[in-house]
Design a protein around this ligand. Structure first.
Ligand code: NDP
Length: 281
């Protein structure tokens, strides 16, 4: 039997990663002979683990928490979107053995919002909560959609102001703290904080979402996140979690590795069925 090309996701913790299942479903659907595994790799072991993986013939890697910045620093060359986010979630070995680093997170979010959920970002008033690594990855793609307004609010206000100053070359963007949101309303609120991972809700005012607006949490889990529940309680037309983004960023990585674009809907449907609720509440 022909040897399968090897791919993997590295991170810590990694036990609950859905990436092996997603890539297995992509491979079956597109009839690609590959294997994709998950490996627990800490920051301390990152470099030696990546070097060993590629030395043994590995074709591509995904890197997740807390390794994305290390992967960015490790790559021999990087794409523009990886440079902007200063984080890499996909490593690809090239014909000349150099390692290319890319970041597919921003593209995954935009595809989920605009294709899967048919949302028009142009002319929307958009609020992003959080100013960490994930936020860096989604700012430029969102600004490229020419929203009517983009505000970035973070618990540590200075980080939001710094990011806004850095990304204003792509379009108008204001950075502020949560308290500064008083009196403002948004059509789309994206939660890019990690508060949902601890099931914590952010201090948001009740009238922050336009009636019939959309909430989107980058975080996802086996039940609706605190922010998704907040959206439902505040009459969001849709209150979504980041499962669709996860599958879309994986599809983009798969395309970079295999030059084949898998269909994502059957995979999102399968993951929703496995966790017993749909990412859209
Ligand atoms: P970081 O650790 O880089 O940033 C965390 C951010 O959350 C910071 O802005 C931090 O604020 C804020 N924060 C954390 N806890 C709280 C709290 N209790 N109240 C208010 N703000 C808080 O994380 P990432 O940017 O890498 O990840 C953010 C989220 O995005 C995670 O839930 C992650 O799982 C998700 N994600 C989902 C993806 C997907 O495919 N669906 C892809 C990538 C990320 P401060 O600066 O003040 O500390």
């Amino acid at each position: 039997m022909a040897k399968k090309d090897r791919y993997a996701v590295f991170g810590s913790p990694i036990k609950h990663s859905k990436s092996p299942r997603i890539h297995q479903l992509f491979a079956e659907q597109t009839q690609q002979a590959l294997e994709y595994t998950a490996k627990e790799v800490t920051s301390e072991r990152f470099k030696e683990s990546v070097v060993a993986f590629f030395a043994k013939g590995g074709r591509g890697l995904n890197c997740t928490l807390p390794l994305k910045e290390l992967a960015w620093a490790f790559a021999d060359l990087t794409t523009k979107r990886a440079e902007l986010s200063r984080a890499v979630n996909t490593l690809i070995i090239q014909d000349d053995d150099r390692i290319l680093g890319d970041n597919t997170d921003g593209c995954g979010l935009i595809t989920d919002l605009t294709v899967n959920h048919d949302l028009a970002l142009t002319k929307s008033r958009i609020l992003i909560l959080g100013a960490g690594g994930a936020c860096r990855g989604i700012l430029a793609p969102i600004l490229e959609c020419s929203p009517h307004q983009l505000v970035l609010a973070n618990r540590t206000q200075q980080k939001a102001s710094d990011l806004a100053a850095e990304f204003c070359i792509f379009g108008d963007i204001d950075g502020c703290g949560f308290a500064d949101l008083k009196g403002q309303q948004f059509d789309l609120i994206i939660n890019a904080t990690s508060a949902s991972l601890a099931d914590e809700m952010l201090p948001l005012q009740d009238d922050l979402l336009t009636p019939g607006g959309i909430c989107y949490d980058l975080a996802y889990g086996n039940r609706p996140t605190a922010f998704v529940r907040w959206g439902v309680e505040h009459n969001a037309k849709k209150s979504l979690d980041g499962l669709g983004m996860l599958v879309e960023q994986a599809a983009e990585a798969f395309f970079l590795w295999r030059s084949v674009r898998p269909q994502t809907k059957p995979v999102i449907d399968a993951l929703n069925a496995a966790r017993n609720f749909v990412s859209e509440v």
